[in-house]
Design a binder for this molecule. Structure first.
Ligand SMILES: O=C(O)CCC(=O)C(=O)O
Ligand SMILES: [Fe+2]
Length: 195
C-alpha cells in the first residue's frame, strides 16, 4: 500500500486516522482513467435529486446514479461491464464484496457534497466503502464529529482509490467542498454493500 497522502492543516498535531482510511493514488492508469471519465460522463443516465433542509427542498449540488443488484434503492440500474471491472479491482483491496455503487458527477467547482457520514441503516452501522475517482482532483475533507479541530484533507487524484474502513463513518464525517478555482469535471464511484 502506498503512503497516505494526507495534508493535516496547520495546528493539526494528532496522527492520521490510518486505521480508518487507505489511499492509493493510481489504482487505474492515466490512459484508462481518461477513457473511463469520458465513458461515465457520456453514458450514465445522470439525475439531479432534491434534498430537504429545514423543511425546504433543494437541488442536490451534483448529479448521481445508482447501479448494482440491490432492490433496496429505487431505480438501481444493472452492473455495466466497466463497473463490474472496477468492482473486481476494488473488492480484494476492501476485503468484502459490494452489491451496489453510487456514481457522483461534479460538473465544476460549484458542485459539492456537504459534510455527512454514510451510515444509513441499509449499510449496517460499520460500512466499508471503496471510492474511485476520475478527472478533476478535488480535496476530500474529513473531520472528527466530536472534535472538528481534528481534520484532514486528501487530494483524490485521477484513477485513485480511497478505502473508507469500518468505523470511519461512526467517528468522522466527510465532504467535497465547493471551490472558487476553475474546476473541470470529476466522477466519483463509491462501492457499497447495501443489506
Ligand atoms: O465524491 C467523493 O469523493 C465523495 C462522495 C461521497 O461522499 C458519497 O457519495 O457519499
Ligand atoms: Fe460520503
Amino acid at each position: 500500500m502506498e503512503q497516505l497522502a494526507f495534508f493535516p492543516d496547520a495546528g493539526q498535531s494528532k496522527g492520521l486516522p490510518k486505521d480508518f482510511l487507505e489511499y492509493r493514488p493510481s489504482l487505474i492508469d492515466a490512459q484508462a482513467s481518461d477513457q473511463l471519465l469520458q465513458y461515465f460522463i457520456e453514458t450514465t443516465p445522470w439525475k439531479q435529486t432534491t434534498q430537504k433542509l429545514w423543511d425546504k427542498e433543494y437541488l442536490t449540488p451534483r448529479l448521481t446514479c445508482w447501479y448494482g443488484e440491490t432492490e433496496r434503492i429505487a431505480g438501481t440500474l444493472p452492473w455495466t461491464p466497466e463497473l463490474q471491472m472496477i468492482r473486481e479491482m476494488v473488492e480484494p483491496l476492501a476485503g468484502i464484496q459490494f452489491n451496489s455503487v453510487l456514481l457522483n458527477y461534479y460538473r465544476d467547482g460549484n458542485d459539492s457534497v456537504a459534510w455527512h457520514s454514510d451510515k444509513e441503516s441499509i449499510m449496517g452501522s460499520q460500512p466499508v466503502i471503496a471510492s474511485v475517482s476520475f478527472g478533476q482532483v478535488r480535496s476530500f475533507d474529513i473531520r472528527n464529529k466530536q472534535d472538528h479541530r481534528e481534520h484532514y484533507s486528501v487530494r483524490l487524484e485521477h484513477g485513485s482509490f480511497l478505502l473508507m474502513k469500518s468505523g470511519l463513518q461512526e467517528a468522522f464525517e466527510h465532504r467535497i467542498a465547493k471551490s472558487n478555482k476553475p474546476m473541470k469535471a470529476r466522477i466519483n464511484l463509491t462501492f457499497r454493500l447495501v443489506i
